[in-house]
Design a protein around this ligand. Structure first.
Ligand code: FO1
Length: 324
């Protein structure tokens, strides 16, 4: 079966690990969020792409959900000794190598999609990881604090401020010009099913949906999403701060409505949100907490089963032996 998944950071990567476990013979293409990307110390850092690559490639720091395992921070300490800013973003020594290779290739003229493919040749994540766009985009957040009203990079709001200052606006800088990366629209067109993992609906899934042509391409497919909100709270991260910033309630219902019924065909919600409903969308309730690969796999299988059910009702059952 050909599966396309849109993915952000930690929640998305952990879900994908479960999806791979339950459909080992499927062809999975992951469209990765690049709105979190940031340039630091002259290097281009792609947090969500790296989280997927490291998590599926076996190099992730499991407790953090980002960065490398067995990490050290000598370069970070030395930069701090020189008073180099910022000091609030924890880049480890092993992780620096990824950003050096990436920056070298970008400076040599390779597009981000080619760079990502080259980095994945080492990590062998078991999926095809394509950035949502090769064009530069960055999520910036408008805040007001003692320094007045200003825009800060998403990472500063997320990591330094811990989203403690309300986001007045969340803006994807570069969205107007950015085009889908090569292969993105084709992968969607070829997909038997598209899955939206429980990534942040605003700064991960929402960001990818802003890239010209992606939402329209997805509306033609069977799309099943997994709610990132359980019982009125995000499963992890600070999706609630992001949803509040765009005036959306932190509920499974509100996120489904944010994605909308032209896009969504199926929606997996937690049992406490079983009342979630939207015309044209098949909603199913089941446990949604991912404790380990096993539980993530069970959720992924439920999403695939829901897609099969939807396609069967439409008479367009997805191909492939994994479809049950
Ligand atoms: N998140 C943090 O909360 N603190 C950090 O110091 C931090 C460093 C970091 C370095 C590399 C990387 O790929 C991710 C990193 N993250 C850190 C996570 C990152 O902010 C998030 O993964 C996303 O951008 C949101 O999904």
């Amino acid at each position: 079966m050909r599966i396309v998944a849109l993915a952000g950071g930690i929640g998305g990567a952990r879900f994908l690990r479960g999806l791979l476990a339950v459909t080992p013979s499927s062809e999975i293409t992951v469209i990765g969020n690049t709105g979190d990307d940031i340039s630091l110390y002259g290097l281009r850092v792609c947090p969500d792409l790296d989280t997927v690559m490291y998590t599926l490639g076996g190099g992730i720091n499991e407790e953090q959900g980002w960065g490398r395992q067995k990490e050290s921070y000598v370069v970070k300490e030395e930069l701090a000794a020189y008073g180099v800013e910022p000091q609030w973003f924890g880049l480890g020594d092993r992780d620096f190598a990824t950003h050096i290779v990436r920056t070298q290739m970008i400076d040599a003229g390779y597009p981000l999609s080619a760079v990502t493919e080259a980095l994945c040749a080492r990590w062998e994540p078991g999926v095809r990881l394509i950035p949502m766009s090769d064009d530069r985009t960055e999520t910036h957040v408008v805040i007001s604090d003692e320094q007045g009203r200003r825009a800060v990079h998403f990472q500063e709001w997320w990591v330094r401020l811990r989203a403690s200052v309300p986001a007045e606006q969340i803006i994807l800088v570069g969205a107007d010009e950015a085009k889908p990366a090569p292969g993105v629209l084709q992968a969607i067109a070829d997909a038997d099913v598209v899955i939206l993992p429980p990534s942040n609906p605003v700064v991960s899934i929402g960001t990818i949906l802003q890239i010209k042509g992606i939402r329209e391409a997805l509306e033609a497919k069977t799309v099943v999403g997994v709610s990132p909100i359980v019982g009125g709270a995000p499963v992890r991260g600070m999706a609630d701060a992001c949803l509040t910033a765009i005036g959306v309630d932190t509920t499974a219902q509100a996120v489904l409505e944010l994605y909308g019924s032209p896009l969504m065909d199926g929606w997996l919600v937690a049992e406490e949100d079983a009342g979630t409903a939207l015309d044209g969308v098949l909603v199913e309730a089941r446990p949604l907490i991912m404790h380990d690969v096993e539980s993530a796999g069970a959720i992924a299988q439920a999403a695939l089963d829901l897609a099969t059910e939807i396609a069967a009702r439409r008479g367009t059952a997805p191909q492939g032996e994994d479809a049950r």
